[in-house]
Design a protein around this ligand. Structure first.
Ligand SMILES: Cc1cc2nc3c(=O)[nH]c(=O)nc-3n(C[C@H](O)[C@H](O)[C@H](O)COP(=O)(O)O)c2cc1C
Length: 208
């Protein structure tokens, strides 16, 4: 698969086939992550592979997300989301936060080194470690797509970050970027319908 094809085929899925990702394939995917640009040239990224079901159960037991469509509806109504693709995506996604983390064949916790507290940054550069980490995550998603593997990212909410640090024994000078669930898509895995966009509507020549 060529690069553009892999980029175009990358889609978020939250329902996985039981098939394991072969170790050599996972290694290729993570190595692609390590090829991403990094602000300080150091690529100070670490990946915790959470494979133990009991550990994952412990994690999802405290997840800040409802498991039902009704619970998801209450949230999107509170957000004031109008009927449309975005609302549909949240209604699909929210109730699957537990199951996607529990059932994905590979759960990666990507961690990045921080030299100062990430929140309340003084300027945009202070967020460079976070930005670089996401370049790495996107490389992982595209490399995965090129192997027929899909996934989803979830940003830790509330006390999930602290729990991840404790459960995975992540050093305090490393931050967690997200839960990164990977696997082969289940046969009928739902893929969110995309908002239509024409590149001409996003490009400005010389000025906005
Ligand atoms: C920064 C970021 C945070 C996201 N957070 C979540 C999340 O908490 N839960 C979830 O199910 N999906 C999450 N997603 C996945 C988005 O819902 C998904 O990318 C979006 O619907 C577009 O669909 P696509 O990835 O198939 O293009 C996140 C994606 C990004 C880039």
């Amino acid at each position: 698969m060529d690069t553009l094809e892999a980029i175009r085929s990358r889609k978020t899925i939250r329902e996985f086939d039981r098939r394991d990702i072969p170790p050599a394939t996972l290694k290729r995917i993570l190595e692609a992550g390590m090829c991403a640009p990094s602000n300080d040239h150091m690529r100070q990224w670490q990946f915790v592979l959470m494979m133990d079901r009991a550990v994952r159960e412990n994690l999802v037991a405290h997840l800040n997300a409802p498991k039902t469509k009704e619970g998801a509806e209450a949230i999107v109504n509170q957000w004031g989301l109008e009927p449309g693709l975005q609302r549909e995506m949240y209604l699909e996604g929210i109730p699957r936060q537990h199951s996607m983390i529990l059932n994905c064949p590979v759960l990666i916790i990507p961690c990045f080194r921080v030299h100062a507290p990430l929140l309340n940054p003084e300027n945009l550069s202070a967020l460079n470690p976070y930005a670089s980490m996401w370049c790495c995550i996107e490389n992982i998603l595209i490399a995965a797509a090129s192997e027929g593997i899909s996934g989803v990212t979830r940003i830790p909410l509330g006390d999930e970050n602290q729990r991840l640090h404790e459960i995975a024994q992540i050093p305090t000078d490393y931050e967690v970027a997200c839960f990164l669930c990977l696997g082969y898509p289940a046969k009928n895995a739902r893929r969110a319908k995309q908002v239509e966009s024409r590149i001409e509507e996003h490009v400005h020549l010389d000025h906005w």
